[in-house]
Every structure is written in structure tokens, then in C-alpha cells.
Design a protein around this ligand. Sequence first.
Ligand code: DGY
Length: 313
Amino acid sequence: MARCFVTRTLPGDAVERLAREHDVEVWPDTMPPSRDEIARRLEDGVEGLLTLLTDAIDGDLLSRAPALRSIANYAVGSDNVDVDAATARGVPVGTTPDVLTETTADLTWALMLAAARRLAEGDAVVRSGGWRTWEPNGLLGRDVHGATLGLVGVGRIGGAVARRAEGFGMEVLRHGRSGGVALDELLERSDFVSLHCPLTEETRGLVGERALGRMRPTAVLVNTSRGPIVDTDALAGALHDGRIAAAALDVTDPEPLPADHPLLAAPNLLVVPHVGSATHATRAAMADMAVDNLLAALAGKRMPYCANPEVYG
Ligand code: DGY
């Protein structure tokens, strides 16, 4: 029986499954455990750690974890974990790919449609009693059907977004590591630019002043990947100055944005609290995958969904 620390309560019954085999502590609060709380458990001999994207697991923490044998991250990404440091210590890092692909693609489309058709403004005006009559010029938006969609990142989620675009008769441009058009061409030609790349040193700040300057003044930026891929201040400036038409964000940098952040005062911004994978079925499936990763690693087997398979030699 190994000691495990799960940094938040997860949906579904996956953690019960883990607890049938191991000694499991679940952090009970809604807010994440502090770095010190995590460090204390690692120093005390935790062998299996189940983390969320809000837990920063860096090299220093890992050096204070003498018994740690496995990290299962409850996310498709692993950017909150220093994977190189984990690899150097022989610790496999698990992720939850595939299972959230379609759900995140659905949310991307919800954001794209909502931003294009100004749904948040429409909802607010009806609720406030500000809607007086049907108007020919009221809340005019942009057509999604027949428009050009530029996908930055053409992995699983980008692919699922592209499939949905077929139904809307869109032209789809792609830019990714494995090919497609040049980023500048995509930015210049797209009516909607949607980000689907992982956060790496290469993609951090990818959409900054320069990239935003290449976009059309009528274009909409959608981000359901990771907040730091977009330069928050540059985006706030572009929206305030009307250099792009709108942005729809599931992710921001930082998360959450402080209530007085200039981005939140920008016109034509739709922002939701990192809910890309937030359906009952998908979040439970992610918990199952994360627990499967921990159970395998703690049993001395290969993690089924591993971000650093090189630990297995
Ligand atoms: C992930 O798993 O990385 C997602 O961002 C969660 O919605």
C-alpha cells in the first residue's frame, strides 16, 4: 500500500478506486493546497501524487520528495510540472489526453459563436431591461458560416475543431509544427483565429503585439489552450484600440485575472473560467485516467498515458 496525495476532490468514483488499494489523502478545500502543504506531504513520504493544473510542481519540490514514484496530472497538458526534473529523478508524469478532445472542441465552438453573435451582450441587455424593441441595427455580429478559421496548433483538439468547421462551410487554415501555412499568412487571412497549441517556451507569448497586429480588425481571437500563449497586456491594448474585433477566452494569464485587470474592461471580450473540459462525463473520465496512471505506476507497470516515456528507458 503506497501513500498518495490527491490535491482536490475529483468527480466520479475514481479516487475511491485508488483508495481501495492505497493510503489516500484528498485535499478537501476548493482552493489548491499551498506549495508548503504539498512539500510537507512529499517530504513525509508520498509515493503517488495526483495534481491539477493549478499545482506548480517544480524541480525544487521534486528534490524534496524522497519517496515519490509517480505524478498523475489531471490535465491533457503537463506544463505545471517540471517534466525534465521528474524525468531526471525517474518519476513518470501522467496526463489525460484524448478524453477531453471533443468536449474542449465543443467549448471552442461555443465561444466562437457567442463572440461572433455577441451573446453575452444580448443576455445582459435583456436582463437589465435595456432591450426596448427589435432594431435593424441592434447587436449586429459576424457570420461564422462561410468564414475563414485559422487554427494555431493542429493536434487532437485542433483537429476536432476543424471537423466541426466543415458543417459551417468554413475554409480552415492550419499552422502547426508539422506543417500548414505560415503563422503570418494564417493571421492575415483568418476571420477567426483559434489557439490549440501546448504551452512551451516556443509558444509562450506567441500571440503578442506583432501577431495581433497581423490580424484583421474584424477578426475574433479564441483561446481554449493555455493563457500565457497570449500576451495579456497586448490583447487588452488591441481590444481597447479596436485593432481586432473581439476575443473569447477560456484561459487567461494569470488565472484568475484580478477584478481590476485592464483586460476585463476591454470591449468585446468574452471570458469564462477555464471550463474547456468541464462536463460531468469528461471530468469523471479524466479522473479515471489519472487514477489509472497512478495505479499502474505504483504497481511498477508502465503508465498508460505518460508525458515522459523516456523514464522507461
Ligand atoms: C487540460 O486538461 O489541460 C484542460 O485545460 C482542462 O480543461
